[in-house]
Write a protein that binds this ligand. Structure first.
Ligand code: NAD
Length: 483
């Protein structure tokens, strides 16, 4: 059962759509708190069948001409683009993503088109082993890739994981989050429409149990996982049983470092737009810690607070809403708890926000955009990923302190530098411990660039050449040719 307009939640095992499975799950609307679908999580049988279908399809899929794989992915990209309004509306219903933020289909289509281009471009190399031998290195697909994605931006995640895996000749078993199962169903329908053969793309639903079954399955050759740090550790532990290689795209706690030469309004606009103004702060790569040079601190803090006050919380289906609900009642409670802890335990000043709100329905999961000041660097709100509309603001006195504060968490996903001083921008970018640094702006992870973490934010890359190479293993072939 699913509310009108939302796809019917089913597994795709080879060519068979099915709703079987031992675990009964519900999807709750973040905007209304009402159940909008009941569906089954996959058990061992569904996972076995999905992996078996992928293994069997791989026999022929690996032989498909690279140019043909490119054409299929190009078709998929066009279909995603054509379905962008539909995917956007699904995002409004399943994640509470404000309609004006678009839902990510355009980005997913760009990723898919980009990786389509790699399908017939990634070449091997010849190794210089000497006159009397030929040695070449082949990039080859792993076989069956298990792709586990988080709830917060399912459509871009699919473009980042599914498309390169397919481009390189792998078959895939997808497992979306039970908090956002609908968009992936529609995406997989689009894959079928594009003409991928049965078994090349498979789908199982479910939570931790289904995820563990998939990750621990001996028929899986490679795991690509995006989610939280604790889950990433669990995935790695489960994968260790079969020594299955893993890529982990984990959480972040991005710092935005603003030096004394910045335009305060510009910094405030970016700091707020890229954090709380994007998915209500529920994304990994956002700048959620603003770190400002002491001489400009008051000015920037009040400019940021002013921007916070201008944000409109509201029904995500309403074009005027900037900030939608959090994904669940649990998330709402957790985020309010973090704010309370900062206020009561860490003596933080809440410059604006701090409360929960039921939204227009009275039963939704909103939290007011919240700006937290006067916090010590080791406070929980500074150290941990909040995954909600909460930003901290701190000050520094020199470049060394700015870098130390920015690097002072376990995370290392993204970082942002604002300055007009070119040398300083490059110096600080060099010294930041993050896989993705943006200077004086943010491009929202274009597909040509490799995105991924340092430290506890994980390893492996999505996007760019590195994002393609993540889905191949090399084979060296040595042939003596002397007499
Ligand atoms: P999560 O870790 O709870 O879940 C991620 C996926 O793992 C889901 O499909 C979930 O069902 C599955 N899962 C849960 N337990 C599992 C287990 N024991 N074994 C196997 N699979 C399991 O994450 P979430 O709440 O869906 O997403 C939010 C997190 O994702 C945040 O930490 C965010 O920063 C991170 N994230 C990272 C990136 C990135 O590219 N680095 C992008 C988006 C989100």
């Amino acid at each position: 059962m699913a509310s009108a307009g939302l796809p019917h939640i089913r597994h795709l095992l080879g060519s068979e759509w099915t709703t079987t499975g031992p675990e009964l799950l519900e999807h709750i609307s973040p905007s209304t708190g009402q159940v909008q679908a009941r569906f089954s999580g996959a058990g061992a049988d569904e996972v076995d069948r999905a992996v078996a279908a992928a293994r069997s399809a791989f026999v022929e899929w690996r032989k498909v001409a690279p140019a043909k794989r490119r054409q299929l992915l190009e078709r998929l990209s066009a279909l995603i683009l054509a379905a962008r309004d539909e995917l956007r509306d699904i995002g409004v219903a399943e994640c509470g993503t404000p309609v004006r933020q678009g839902g990510g289909a355009v980005l997913a289509a760009r990723y898919t088109a980009y990786f389509a281009g790699w399908a017939d471009k990634l070449d091997g190399l010849v190794a210089p082993v000497g006159h009397n031998a030929l040695d070449y290195v082949l990039p080859q697909p792993y076989g069956v890739v298990a792709a586990l994605i988080p709830w917060n931006a399912p459509v871009p995640s699919l473009g980042m994981k599914l498309s390169p895996a397919l481009a390189m000749g792998n078959c895939v078993v997808l497992k979306p989050s039970p908090l956002a199962p609908f968009a992936t169903v529609r995406f997989v329908e689009l894959c079928q429409e594009a003409g991928f053969p049965p078994g090349v793309v498979n789908l199982v639903h479910g939570g931790a149990d289904a995820g563990e079954l998939l990750v621990g399955h001996p028929g899986v050759d490679k795991i690509t996982f995006t989610g939280g740090v604790a889950t990433g550790r669990a995935v790695m532990r489960t994968a260790a049983a079969n020594l299955t290689p893993v890529t982990l795209e984990l959480g972040g706690k991005g710092a935005l470092v603003a030096f004394d030469d910045v335009d305060a309004d510009r910094v405030a606009s970016d700091a707020v737009g890229y954090s709380v103004g994007t998915l209500a702060g529920q994304a990994c790569a956002l700048p959620t810690r603003v770190i400002v040079e002491q001489s400009r601190y008051e000015e920037v803090a009040s400019a940021v607070a002013k921007r916070f006050a201008e944000l409109r919380m509201g029904d995500p289906a309403d074009e005027s809403a900037d900030v939608g609900p959090l994904i669940s009642a649990d998330a709402q409670r957790r985020v309010v708890g973090i704010i309370e802890h900062a206020r009561e335990h860490d003596n933080a000043t809440i410059l604006i926000g701090g409360g929960a709100d039921g939204g227009p329905s009275g039963n939704g999961f909103w939290v007011e955009p919240t700006l937290v000041a006067d916090v010590a660097p080791d406070a929980a709100v500074v150290q941990g990923e909040v995954f909600g509309p909460v930003v901290t603001i701190q000050s520094f006195t020199d470049e060394a302190e700015a870098v130390a504060l920015a690097n002072g968490t376990d995370y290392g996903l993204s970082a942002f530098v604002y300055t007009e001083d070119l040398k300083r921008a490059h110096r600080v970018a060099r010294d930041l411990e993050a896989g993705y640094v943006s200077v004086n702006g943010f491009a929202y992870l274009p597909p040509e660039t490799p995105f991924g973490g340092w430290k506890s934010s994980g390893f492996g890359r999505e996007g760019g050449r590195a994002g393609v190479e993540d889905f191949v293993q090399t084979k060296n072939v040595y042939i003596p040719i002397g007499n």
